[in-house]
Design a protein around this ligand. Structure first.
Ligand code: PLP
Length: 403
């Protein structure tokens, strides 16, 4: 008879160790559509932890487009893109994305993926062969780190925003294929990468610049074209990854790049080839959300978001914790130790606010934090209420620490 007890006890010990380090994570169950006000594990909460920056995840027009897409194309795509799963809806979305980005990337093509995680695995593993060298920013998202592992190329990690160090590494490299890889907006810090300077370095050293703009696409730039528009970047050496499950409110991601690059990905990127295409209805729904992102209404939503960011920063006059410098909807409050950060998250939850409490290994040890994310769907009153609750929780925590 099979006995898995020794296999299981190994895992149980590891889980206990996580528990002791306050590193156990649990999922909460959301019973309502994704919006600032949700019912979570049966409790009504005001959420400040979502990446639905423009409030499109439950927008009636986007939901209707999803329904229309399902009626037209059915529920599933049935196969991978290179077999029979590439539908007219995927093709229309790719064309729309390329058209939307064309002021920044004039002759680029876009390739749709079912997740940003896979888009990043695809870009890195297909553009960097074993002889390539990848230069990866220290705070990059896990999917870029895993993409570099899958690529099996030499990997150099450069410190956060350290252009000098990066240049030294590039100058030493004898690899023909070089990739500099960075988040556009850093997901746990909220700051924007120095992309103009990075692009200049990439041009000088003949390297690709891969930008993962998961938190910038739809949010930054007058028309929502992300960091490309925000920093007026344009170059055939740019490989731009935007995700569509955050500001765009639906799911998936795309790579926009010179058509030679996207063609290479179609031919050679295993995370593109060996997976079932996303449901065509999802691509169809994204056409509706791109309509909104690029319209006057999208611009107004971005303006509301900017106003809320400024309001929160003005209100959060903390004593010991500190808000990191960030102009984006990601507003981190660094607390430091894991236990206090978790207790603070729980105290806010008890007051009806849901804020992400982020611990290592997602952030460096000793920098556990609240990660507040704002949405255009929040009101000024809601942001004020959150700030007040955080100030009260900090005060309470300081009083407890010094009897
Ligand atoms: C969310 C995120 C991803 C992954 O995108 P998914 O579509 O959620 O898989 C990649 N990079 C960054 C920086 C992200 O924040």
């Amino acid at each position: 008879m099979a006995d898995a007890s020794s296999l299981l006890s190994g895992l149980q010990q590891k889980l206990q160790a996580l528990e002791q380090q306050h590193l156990i994570r649990r999922r909460r169950e959301v019973a309502t559509p994704h919006a600032p006000r949700m019912t979570v594990d049966g409790q009504p909460l005001l959420a400040f932890c979502s990446n639905d920056y423009l409030g499109l995840a439950s927008d009636a027009r986007v939901v209707e487009a999803l329904r229309e897409g399902a009626l037209r194309y059915g529920a599933g795509s049935g196969a991978s893109h290179l077999i029979s799963g590439h539908s007219a809806a995927h093709a229309a979305l790719e064309e729309r994305l390329a058209d939307f980005l064309s002021p920044c990337m004039p002759s680029a093509r876009a390739l749709y993926f079912s997740t940003g995680y896979m888009a990043n695995l695809a870009v890195l593993s297909a553009l960097a062969g074993r002889d390539a060298e990848i230069f990866s920013e220290e705070l990059n998202h896990a999917s870029l780190i895993d993409g570099a592992r899958l690529a099996r190329s030499a990997l150099r990690v450069y410190p956060h925003r350290d252009l000098q160090q990066l240049e030294a590494l590039l100058a030493q490299s004898s690899a023909h294929d070089k990739l500099v890889v960075t988040d556009g907006v850093f997901s746990m810090d909220g700051d924007i990468a120095p992309l103009r300077e990075l692009l200049a370095l990439c041009e000088r050293y003949q390297a690709w610049l891969v930008v993962d703009d998961a938190h910038g696409f739809g949010v930054l730039g007058e028309h929502g074209r992300g960091v490309l528009e925000h920093l007026a970047l344009s170059s055939p050496q740019l490989v731009y990854v935007g995700t569509l499950g955050k500001a765009a409110g639906v799911a998936g991601a795309f790579v926009a790049a010179h058509q030679t690059v996207t063609e290479w990905l179609v031919q050679r990127a295993r995370p593109y080839i060996y997976t079932t295409a996303a449901p065509p209805a999802v691509a169809h729904a994204l056409l509706a959300s791109l309509d909104i992102i690029g319209s006057d209404e999208g611009r107004q939503r971005r303006a509301q978001l900017a106003l809320l960011v400024a309001r929160l920063r003005e209100r959060l006059q903390l004593k010991q914790w500190h808000v990191l410098p960030s102009d984006t909807p990601i507003q981190p409050v660094v607390i430091g130790d894991n236990a206090t950060t978790m207790a603070t998250g729980a105290a806010l939850l008890a007051r009806g606010f849901w804020v992400g409490a982020i611990r290592p290994p997602t952030v460096p040890a000793g920098s556990a934090r609240l990660r507040i994310t704002l949405s255009a769907a929040h009101t000024v009153g809601e942001v004020d209420a959150l700030a007040e609750a955080i100030l009260a929780t900090e005060l309470h925590s300081l009083q407890e620490a010094s009897p």
